[in-house]
Design a protein around this ligand. Sequence first.
Ligand code: ADP
Ligand code: MG
Length: 690
Amino acid sequence: MSTLGKEIRYIKGVGAVKARDFSRMGVNTLYDSLFDFPFRYDDLSEKAPIAELKPGQKVTIRGRIGSIANRKSAKSRRMIVTEAIVEDGTGSIKVIWFHQGFLTKTLRTGTLVSLSGKIDDRYGLSLVNPAYEVVGDSKVTQHTGRIVPIYSLAGALTQKLRRQVVESAMKSIDEIKDWLPKEILKRHKLVDLDRALSDIHFPDSTKDQEEALERLKFDEFFLHQLLHAKARRELKRQVAPAIKYSDAKLKKAVKDLPFELTDAQRKSVWAIIQDMEKDEPMNRLLEGDVGTGKTVVAALVALNAAADGWQSALLAPTEILAEQHVNTLEKLFGDRLTIAVFTRTKRRVKGKEVTKSQMLDALHNGKIDLVIGTHAILSADVLFNRLGLIVVDEQHRFGVKQRQALKDRKGDADGIPHLLSMTATPIPRSLALVLYGDLDRSLLDEYPAGRKAIETRIVLPNKEEEFYEKMRDEMDEGRQVFVVCPLIEESDALGVQSVNEVYSLYNAKPFAAYNIGMLHGKLKSKEKDEIMAKFVSGDLDMVISTTVVEVGVDVPNATVMFIEGAERFGLAQLHQLRGRVGRGEYESFCFLHPSGELSDLAKKRLQAVVQTQNGFMLADQDLRLRGPGNIFGTSQSGFEAFKLGSYADVDLIAAARDEAKDILDEDPDLNMWPLLKQRVLEYVDEIHFE
Ligand code: ADP
Ligand code: MG
């Protein structure tokens, strides 16, 4: 077995307990440790002889311990102070550590040490609590005198131990075989993999670190693109039902709608229908800001499929959304389509409650044209008669898994069902092109006529009362209010604390007379649904929540969206939140409440939200103003797969995409590149573990 394959618990200083802490970070072997990258560095590379030290300087010195001793602190008897004198031939300096009495055992008089820290001059020149390590004459330092990597820690782990483990792995770095073809490295001036791994952990210069990063990012994008491109190619080889276009039925349905379709809706319906006429699987993304009418587009193509005898399934992310889609579509298409809702708790066909077995029968017999539901639809006992189309709403993974799950239960359909994904998350156009390449896209870039802009304002410090007044007015008129809180502390990942705080504040004073509900990540989905249902029915005047309300809930009676800590959100996210109001006939408002003084950049960002109502433009502006990375919440970004890569790397992504395409054109199964092939297989495993 290779040395890099060695389990971490056998490494000196680790052991079973700490091995478990390592394991929590996905590091089980020496090899793994090479791929668990530092999240930042401390530059301790400046070195100086003791005679030349200046106050305030962050520096590394190398010298011998002249003397060292512990004493008790004058201030607190319990505090041990370790004092040493270190000499390097040019001079000597006092070094002080607090709470580290054990040092007198490791750093005995005469030991050659390297120390990094800031030069203090409060009591004459000294170094206080410097990082230290014992150095042999030739030994390279790990913790001082260089650019030092900083890792995330868990349990009993320390930076020193983490570095030592990586250092052990480095000794066998020549076991690393580069999986990228030489030509690719050359074309993009990328460093070799072993060099990159070595320099991402222990770079000798910033330039080395940057080159390592570039190489490792390229790997991430390249693997991602290879996998996508392979999946697309395999999809192209499969067949799907060719669904006939039913001109008359569709035209009649469109004519009977209570509104005019927008041009963008017409174009999208047409593009989708043309896709489905072919016997190759459609893979189309329908993008459109909230309120642009995606659901109607989906229903129209489902209607076209039904006219030719095909069933459709619409998957919504939550029960509430499924319910909402059903309500909208029953009204619009109830007399032309047999629509069913199928979630964990709700089963209705044409508005009538049914038992589970009745539901399963109806799906299997083909009585249902369009079933709308949550993941319940994917459960193993569901069989269709002739499933032709799957529509996935607001799930950014493009329904690959969903299609797979339904593949074997589609009834006597040929091949696999067509897939339409819908999303309101704006991805800047340039970026989508490189990320998703030839994925077909339709964009609803128009709002239905008559939609009013949502008046958006920034709540200036100490002007809250004016806005609270407005909110009370709205609620007194019978309208409703959303309040959204940011996640501030890492320890409050579920938002319980932040929602509770705002609730106490509001409930105590400005909104004591109103019915307020709370929503946060700690609630069970049943409890969330109950509160949302109360809000939808009007029993609650206000709901205070984290961003769980972000996904398309429709409460036409809600007219105010009040966002706490607004500067902490991405612009696209603010825009999505704003889209929760203005869905009915009433004039609506979005108030952005910053949590404190705003930086110039933060001001510009919020002003952009005030000034533009177009989500796609905002996404582009966010990219420009704030730089990449945080445009979307991580969970939505589609970037979870990348440890290092970000939106900024558009050029690198494009390069990786082109290389992936070329290599697959030449060698679809990567037989000429066994190492790469192996790496791709591992990558698939990694993704499935997420
Ligand atoms: P979203 O794109 O956010 O999913 P929906 O499909 O839920 O939007 O549509 C929002 C509302 O607009 C629904 O009540 C729908 O019936 C209505 N709607 C859709 N298209 C039009 C249109 N062309 N004209 C007027 N109203 C429309
Ligand atoms: Mg929607």
